[in-house]
Ligand binder design. Structure first.
Ligand SMILES: NC(=O)c1ccc[n+]([C@@H]2O[C@H](COP(=O)([O-])OP(=O)(O)OC[C@H]3O[C@@H](n4cnc5c(N)ncnc54)[C@H](O)[C@@H]3O)[C@@H](O)[C@H]2O)c1
Length: 313
């Protein structure tokens, strides 16, 4: 198949590109490299350095590559940035995404696979693990822009016949995640700081929990969505809550880190306990997570160990 992956130079998108290329597909990447990285690019994929907000440029890429599938990972993906500048978040995540949908209709794309969020949609969930029908009540503009775009997909299917599948990710971790980022990337931040023997700060009491999925499992869900899941929304998740204290302990063992953590204030607006039920993805996508937390953390530490050793001092 011919597949256009937006955000294919980013953390998760680049793993998806690798999986598609390995499965024999013809892949092109559309990315503006705002947070993406040249080093993540797969050499078998053609690359278009384009901003989603540039309607004419997006149209040109779709017109020339003529994808059958558009896999849409590019986004303003940071919650604090969306709080600081909700207009910018909406411009990229909604208006930019609509440029892609319009071009997809005009050039007869069969299906759009859209990457949404599970973690930022439900607020503090009523049930853990929450399923996809849990009431939506985002606490951030980022959650709202992702949910709005899901709604547009429904409209484009009903009105123009453009097929879609939505993947609502849990917290994804693994190699290539930006480990100097301040926000939200707990495994990357803990692992890199532990390897550098720097102090680690846990927000609040550390008993807050998240659903942690290895990026390799996110990639296989994108393979499954090529053939299945038309018109559906799926959690791509483990279904199991893991506390930040647990992550700290497991990573400390893997990195031989002996320093006790500091505790900072609890982060305002943070969900306390969440996990996402993945029964629907198991049933309708035929997908399941394969990488255990222990194995995934160990693979991630190996990667960051190489990065830390290579980093200029
Ligand atoms: N990391 C997670 O745990 C997580 C959880 C839920 C959902 N997601 C979603 O997964 C997707 C990928 O996230 P990631 O963690 O890999 O982040 P990332 O920042 O590494 O990837 C985003 C990519 O999009 C590109 N991009 C950003 N704005 C663009 C624009 N205007 N035009 C073209 N390209 C643009 C960036 O350069 C980058 O390569 C995002 O849609 C994000 O919302 C991620």
């Amino acid at each position: 198949m011919r597949i256009l992956v937006t955000g294919g130079a980013g953390f998760i998108g680049s793993h998806v590109v690798d999986a598609y290329v390995a499965a024999g597909h013809e892949v092109a990447v559309l990315d503006n490299f705002s947070t993406g990285n040249e080093a993540n690019l797969n050499s078998a994929a053609e690359v278009h350095r384009v901003d989603l907000r540039d309607q004419a440029a997006v149209e040109k890429v779709v017109a020339s590559f003529r994808p059958e599938i558009v896999n849409h990972h590019a986004a303003q993906s940071e919650v604090p940035k969306s709080v600081a500048d909700p207009g910018l978040d909406a411009h990229i995540n909604i208006v930019g995404g609509l440029n892609l949908l319009k071009a997809s209709v005009d050039h007869k794309v069969k299906k759009v696979i859209f990457i949404s969020t599970g973690g930022a949609l439900y607020g503090e969930p009523d049930v853990v693990p929450a399923d996809e029908d849990h009431p939506v009540r985002p606490l951030s503009p980022y959650g709202t822009s992702k949910f709005s775009f899901e709604q547009y997909l429904g409209t484009f299917k009903r009105t123009f016949g453009l097929e879609f599948t939505v993947l609502r990710y849990a917290n994804i971790y693994g190699p290539r995640q930006d480990f100097y980022a301040e926000e939200g990337r707990v495994v990357a931040i803990f692992a890199s700081r532990m390897l550098e023997r720097k102090p680690v700060t846990i927000d609040g009491d550390g008993e807050q929990s998240r659903d942690m999925l290895h990026v390799g499992d996110a990639a296989t869900a994108n393979l499954a969505a090529l053939e299945r899941g038309e018109g559906e929304i799926f959690h791509v998740s483990t279904g199991v809550p893991v506390s930040v204290n647990d992550l700290f302990r497991k990573l400390a063992i893997l990195t031989d880190y002996k320093i006790a953590p500091n505790h900072g204030p609890r982060r305002k607006g943070d969900v306390y306990r969440i996990a996402l039920n993945n029964t629907r993805a198991r049933r309708d996508l035929g997908w399941e997570p394969r990488v255990s937390l222990e194995e995934g953390l160990s693979l991630t530490v190996d990667y960051f160990r190489e990065q830390v050793l290579q980093a200029p001092v």
